[in-house]
Design a protein around this ligand. Structure first.
Ligand SMILES: [Mg+2]
Length: 223
């Protein structure tokens, strides 16, 4: 039986939450980039689906973890396709992870400061908000594109701290990415938690240096 990590909420004032794979099911993004896009790109360029998949996988891999990787304008330009429009065309597939809404409302009830901190491009954030109602739970929402650095870089955390003025010793950060969790920990964020199964259609993450939570409802039921 797996044990879910617990949080002592009396030690936490601020909660920083990632979007894709944390409050939202990563199944949408994996579907969009790995299934839907190869089909669209193959059709546009008269490629086989396999050729299209290979080309896109190489393109994605070349800049993974860089700010550009998250930039819809970059991909629209690079692939000569309107990526925001394509994303919105399958936007009904955007969905919350189990217990995410209840968890957000629980944080609000406890009067924690809650910030959405995503590497997603502002246009991606906008599309997600159009298809899943979550902005009202947050004190503020920001895309790392506003700061000029992705969460993987220490400069991002400096910029974030100066914008929100949180006390990193009383802050909880939750994200599904191992390299981003490491970056937050290196910066000195007090409590750093991962997500066990960011994409509900794929197996859970097997190896991680971080405690990973599966079901947010566990936080609530333990109070
Ligand atoms: Mg994520």
């Amino acid at each position: 039986m797996s044990s879910e990590p617990l949080v002592d909420w009396s030690l936490i004032d601020t909660v920083l939450l990632d979007m894709d794979g944390t409050i939202l099911d990563l199944a949408f993004d994996n579907y969009f980039w790995l299934e839907f896009m190869p089909t669209v790109y193959a059709k546009k360029n008269a490629l086989s689906l396999e050729e299209s998949k290979l080309y896109l996988a190489n393109s994605y891999g070349a800049i993974e973890g860089k700010l550009q990787w998250y930039c819809l304008d970059f991909w629209s330009d690079r692939l000569q396709l309107d990526i925001p429009e394509l994303k919105q065309s399958v936007g009904e597939r955007v969905s919350f992870r189990t217990g995410a809404v209840e968890f957000l409302s629980f944080l609000n009830k406890m009067n924690k400061k809650v910030y959405l901190v995503t590497n997603a491009h502002p246009k991606s954030l906008e599309i997600k908000m159009l298809n899943a109602d979550f902005h009202q739970y947050f004190n503020d929402l920001s895309s790392s594109h506003e700061f000029g650095f992705p969460k993987e870089e220490q400069a991002y955390w400096l910029a974030l701290e100066s914008r929100y003025g949180f006390d990193k010793h009383r802050t909880l950060f939750i994200d599904d990415s191992e390299s981003i969790l490491e970056s937050a920990q290196n910066y000195g964020i007090k409590r750093v938690l991962g997500i066990l199964q960011p994409d509900s259609t794929r197996p859970p993450i097997e190896h991680s240096r971080f405690e990973r939570i599966n079901n947010f409802l566990r936080f609530i039921n333990n109070e």
